[in-house]
Write a new protein. Structure first.
Length: 266
């Protein structure tokens, strides 16, 4: 029995572009009427399309589906599924890690909304910064500032933080110099097996943490650090290292960036 393209689209709830795509890939072979140029599909074509949709839902590519269509033994089919199983396990671990990463960000955002994390003493997590720019002026003049973006593969980029590092002396003297770029925590470096050859190591250390809000152009106003500096003075603490900050969120409408800042202390 044969069916028109409209009937097949209704049966399987697909559009004409998808139907043609399967045809162009050689997965189905409709009969084309010489006079009307209408396409007619068999029950076997419909079954093939249904199988394609099943495999696509299971995250098989069209090329993988085409490979399945041309296997000639059960052992080949087993081999394809075993390879896919390895892929599923890898993706499962990847999304498990993403859930953890997203939870970290959510905790920071909730603390801002609830005003429960304005200033506190905590441990700065060990991380690595891939530098892109070294001061505000340099950022707009250096064409190579985005090289660290292309050096990070797509899957890894989800685990980066947009970060900056202010040298201790520059911070104390309120200079506008900073090192901006992207950073990974040590845990993500190990999980993703990323080379740290060209990165700046930020060691694990005790720090005063706070949240500051800056404008879109990353122009830092040191008055934003006054509450943190006052806390350090009141509690007789000493700044002991370079200041590190990561962007938690950017609100495009009002052009505000929310940064979590760690000031190493002793």
């Amino acid at each position: 029995m044969e069916y028109s393209a409209k009937e097949v689209m209704n049966f399987l709830n697909i559009n004409r572009e998808t139907l043609r795509h399967y045809e162009n890939m050689g997965l189905i072979h409709p009969r084309i009427d010489d006079k009307t140029h209408y396409r007619y599909y068999t029950d076997f074509d419909i079954e093939t399309i249904a199988e394609c949709r099943k495999y696509r839902s299971a995250d098989f590519s069209i090329k993988e589906i085409d490979k399945i269509k041309h296997i000639d033994s059960l052992s080949q089919y087993v081999s394809i599924l075993e390879q896919k199983q390895k892929y599923y396990k890898k993706q499962s671990l990847y999304f498990y890690k993403l859930i953890h990463k997203n939870n970290e960000t959510l905790d920071k955002l909730h603390s801002i909304i609830n005003h429960s994390h304005l200033i506190s003493i905590e441990e700065l997590e060990e991380c690595y910064l891939f530098p892109a720019s070294y001061d505000f002026k340099h950022f707009f003049e250096d064409k190579d500032k985005y090289l660290n973006f292309t050096s990070t593969v797509h899957e890894d980029f989800a685990f980066t933080d947009f970060s900056l590092l202010i040298k201790k002396d520059d911070f104390i003297n309120q200079k506008t110099n900073y090192i901006g770029g992207t950073s990974f925590s040590k845990d993500w470096i190990e999980f993703l097996n990323i080379s740290v050859k060209h990165m700046i190591h930020v060691k694990k250390q005790k720090a005063l943490s706070t949240i500051i809000i800056i404008n879109e152009d990353f122009n830092i106003n040191y008055s934003l650090f006054n509450p943190a500096l006052q806390y350090i003075q009141d509690h007789h603490l000493v700044i002991s290292g370079d200041i590190f900050a990561t962007q938690i969120a950017k609100i495009h409408k009002n052009k505000n960036r929310y940064l979590k800042v760690w000031v190493p202390i002793q």
